[in-house]
Design a protein around this ligand. Structure first.
Ligand code: AMP
Length: 606
């Protein structure tokens, strides 16, 4: 058996840690870095690049460089989440057979799991190099606000990368473990986690070695990349104002400006002003090279992004309310995630909570360290140590009612694990299968929530309608992952169940590929009144080096994922079976509506 590590699989950067002699340590790579950019690319020669190599060539190959893919993992094609991503990403998204999002890179199609697996595989290889030992198990962290499908997808990615995933752990909970290690505490803490792509807030009670999450919430579309985007838009507009040239249609220029904006944003956490200098950003109409030279003040950055911080604080307020706790009852507020280093974040949080946020955890490393502590505990020969972790469900899980609202089976913030049983019955003579759609989200309307999938219970025995009754058990495990089992109440036999992922069949049809429209409009001189800069086709690229050397093409990497177009040749996917499923209804009731009403009464006990 190899080693177990903790992995913080971030939207922009990933970090890994392990425990040795009872002490957690962040893995340092050969080049001295402690994080790996969460990026994947295929270069012009067809080489697959991961991490820093992918990042270094992003500006010259933006369309085939995948960044921030974590924002898409476990999402349905055509979902609101995907549409938001389309506004900022240039890479092409394709619809999979089960309505999942796929990414096209250099004419090859990959699942999001394959992209994440490539990053995880790179972390595993580099960890093995650093530890000089085999690494085959891991605890992988996810935003607390990830839904069931996103969690399952991260699990699958770990498996594809050759790792036994010991547990999928919430990022704020991991940070709390890092904070609580070696301290004897009796505290209520708030973990504010503002990373590269997501925001989470969790209220956690720590009593010695018991970590009990009281409430959690967040925003999977709020993170450092949004701060970069604001600054980038301002830089683009200022360049138009100064030179009359709009470069927002030039992908390469936009990628360079985004990188420079991120670097400037980071500098402005320590300095009150900085300078952006990008040589030969474009040519003007006469073919003369133009440079971009611009001063940016901290004040300007704050003005551009203050509403993003306010949005995170509004979420904190809501989650404190859900936890039934006042600000005064919070003993410590811990800040994690790179974006929490911004001084205005600290200032606004101090005002909000009424005390200075704690400096006791490392904002970039706490999550990885917490994951390592958990990995060590779960893999140690003695079994899980006396540490106890009690987590909650981040968003309600339920099924649809006839009026389009959600019948909640498991409520938001309810403790995990848990299970519920419900009895379903057939509505037609000789009905052989029953179908059930499951949703997760905070809205009372299912259409506004994420469809986790459609469960099909098949192989039912032939019998008059209402004579076959199946008992379905919904089980959510301690990671917040839902499993269903069903058995025939009369025969006691297990019923075959199949999960069909995908968007709601009743949802309007969308096109099956969603490539951002190529914006070929050349940079142009803007005469007189400068038009507002249009949102550019942009990539969320973290920490790129502005004067990066062109990366040297390498032979295909072992850790590179197999595109599904190739995988399909090896293991052809079964064609989707015609759906003959029927919704369940209760035993004989007169009239259609009577049956529907009675079904719901029977199904949900009232
Ligand atoms: P994480 O996902 O925790 O690695 O956070 C990455 C995000 O933190 C990126 O958007 C970075 O630009 C941002 N970041 C890192 N360091 C700083 C800093 N000193 N000030 C502001 N943002 C930062």
């Amino acid at each position: 058996m190899g080693r177990a590590i903790g992995i913080d699989l971030g939207t922009t950067n990933s970090c890994a840690a392990f425990v040795e002699n009872g002490k957690p340590k962040v893995i340092t790579y050969k080049d001295g870095s402690r994080t790996i950019p969460s990026m994947f690319a295929i270069d012009k020669k067809g080489n697959r690049l991961v991490g820093k190599e992918a990042q270094d060539q992003a500006a010259i190959n933006p369309q085939n460089t995948i960044a921030a893919s974590k924002r898409l993992i476990g999402r349905s094609f055509g979902s609101n989440a995907m549409e938001k991503m389309q506004q900022v990403f240039t890479y092409e998204l394709v619809e999979g057979e089960s309505s999942e999002v796929l990414i096209k890179v250099a004419d090859q199609v990959f699942t999001l799991e394959q992209i994440s697996a490539a990053i995880l595989r790179r972390i595993k290889d580099q960890a093995e190099d650093a530890l000089n030992d085999e690494v085959d198990q891991a605890v992988i962290t996810v935003p607390a606000y990830f839904n069931d499908r996103q969690r399952q997808a991260v699990r699958s990615a770990g498996k594809l990368a050759g790792l036994k995933v010991l547990r999928v752990l919430n990022e704020p909970t991991a940070a709390a473990l890092a904070y609580g290690l070696g301290r004897t505490l009796n505290q209520r803490v708030a973990i504010y986690d503002l990373g590269g792509g997501t925001f989470d807030i969790s209220i956690i009670d720590i009593k010695d070695k018991i970590f009990e999450v009281i409430a959690t919430g967040g925003d999977t579309f709020l993170g450092g990349v949004d701060f970069d985007d604001r600054l980038m838009q301002w830089v683009l507009q200022t360049f138009v104002d100064d030179t009359g040239v709009d470069v927002s249609y030039d992908r390469s220029a936009v990628t360079r400006i985004r990188d420079a904006s991120e670097q400037a944003k980071i500098k402005l956490s320590d300095e009150t002003s900085t300078h952006i200098s990008l040589k030969h950003i474009c040519d003007d109409d006469d073919g003369t090279p133009l440079d971009l030279e611009l001063d940016v003040s901290r004040e300007k950055l704050e003005e551009l992004t203050t509403d993003l911080i306010d949005r995170s604080i509004a979420t904190c307020e809501r989650i404190l309310m859900e936890a039934g706790t006042s600000r005064e009852q919070v003993d410590e507020m811990l800040l994690v995630g790179g974006q929490s280093r911004m001084p205005l974040v600290r200032t606004k949080l101090a005002q909000f909570i009424g005390k200075q946020p704690s400096q006791k955890v490392h904002p970039d490393e706490a999550v990885g360290i917490g994951a390592a502590i958990m990995a060590h505990s779960l893999s140690s020969k003695a079994g899980p140590q006396d540490m106890m972790l009690l987590d909650v469900l981040p968003m309600a899980i339920g099924i649809n009612k006839v009026d389009g609202t959600m019948h909640v089976l498991f409520a938001k913030n309810q403790p995990l694990p848990d299970y519920k049983t419900r009895t379903l019955t057939t509505s037609k003579n000789n009905q052989r299968s029953i179908m059930l759609r499951i949703y997760q989200g905070e809205s009372k309307f299912v259409a506004e929530n994420e469809l986790l999938g459609t469960f099909v219970f098949s192989g039912l025995r032939e019998a008059p309608k209402g004579m076959v009754k199946i008992e379905v058990t919904f089980h959510i495990d301690s990671e917040g992952i839902l499993n269903l089992t069903a058995r025939d109440i009369d025969t006691g036999q297990l019923v075959e169940s199949r999960l069909k992922l995908g968007k709601d069949p009743d949802a309007p049809k969308r096109p099956s590929t969603s490539a951002p429209k190529p914006k070929k409009k050349p940079k142009k001189k803007v005469e007189d009144e400068p038009a507002p800069t249009k949102p550019p086709p942009s990539l969320n690229m973290p920490n790129s080096q502005l004067q990066a050397k062109p990366s040297i093409a390498k032979p295909a990497q072992e850790d590179a994922p197999m595109p599904i177009s190739q995988a399909a040749k090896k293991a052809p996917q079964k064609a989707a079976q015609p759906s003959a499923e029927q919704p369940p209804v209760p035993a004989a009731q007169p009239g259609f509506f009577g049956r529907i009403i009675a079904w719901f009464k029977g199904l949900f006990g009232g």
